[in-house]
Design a protein around this ligand. Structure first.
Ligand code: PEP
Length: 249
């Protein structure tokens, strides 16, 4: 039985003062959530602050990306080992904003995924199609291609120890959410693709849904058989809203 997981992706938002308020508000609100795991992925400069506030409080934290390299002459890069130093449990890789705005190719995402695993952390691998890809009928090919790059480099067996997130690009930050049935169909496709290679990895793989999840639609999404929780953007910046989503899980 897979347990539910809800992860907040703060993106490039926050500052020391607002983070402190948000994190300190979350702690009591999430104290009653014992049936789901909760985490927040914050900008790099605030990992130390997040660790200091959340350590021992039952809420995990992580980073939103890493460099694919371990160390060296990569100005501006931040390695998986570096974020591990700040107690991170999770690292998001392959978010559609990284793919679209920062040029992360499938091959780069696969290397980042491997780097996160090597550092002993859990990658959250994001996959998803654009509206044009969905409408032109290539959605499954796109998602399969994104997954296959990672499987080719890291193997399938380990995938069951990690986390995937299905995030239709057209639903991210747009207020448009995939219907529970639309999301379930893609989650089932993802699980089946992994299970074809390794049944245990497929069964064990937590697959989160991301794309305009709110307190008002979370319960219907999380009730679907292959939806194991959510990756939450905008709604993760409001303590009560994020806590309500965690409770819905
Ligand atoms: C995200 O950034 O991963 C995301 C799902 O954003 P939002 O919830 O704002 O659509």
């Amino acid at each position: 039985m897979r347990s539910k997981l809800v992860v907040g992706n703060w993106k490039m938002n926050g500052n020391l003062a607002s983070n402190q308020t948000l994190l300190k508000s979350l702690i009591p609100l999430l104290a009653s959530v014992t049936h789901a795991r909760c985490a927040v992925c914050v900008p790099y400069p605030y990992l130390a602050q997040t660790e200091q506030i959340l350590r021992g409080q039952g809420v995990s934290w992580g980073a939103q990306d890493v460099c694919e390299y371990e160390h060296g002459a990569f100005t501006g890069g931040v390695s998986a080992g570096m974020v591990a130093d700040f107690g991170c449990r999770f690292v998001i890789v392959g978010h559609s904003e990284r793919r679209a705005l920062f040029g992360d190719t499938d091959a780069v995402v696969a290397k980042k995924f491997a780097a996160v695993l090597k550092a002993g952390l859990t990658p959250i691998l994001c996959v998803g199609e654009t509206l044009a890809e969905r409408e032109s009928g290539v959605m499954e090919q796109v998602i399969a291609r994104q997954m296959d790059a990672v499987i080719a480099l890291s193997g399938v067996a380990g995938l069951g120890q990690t986390v995937m997130a299905y995030e239709p690009v057209w639903a991210i930050g747009t207020g448009k959410t995939a219907t529970p049935d639309e999301a379930q169909a893609v989650h089932a496709f993802i699980r089946e693709r992994v299970a074809e290679l390794d049944v245990r990895a497929g069964d064990g793989l937590p697959i989160l849904y991301g794309g305009s999840v709110k307190a008002s639609n979370a319960a219907q999404l999380f009730a679907m058989a292959d939806i194991d929780g959510g990756l939450i953007g905008g709604a993760a910046l409001v303590a009560e809203e994020f806590a309500a989503i965690c409770k819905a899980a």
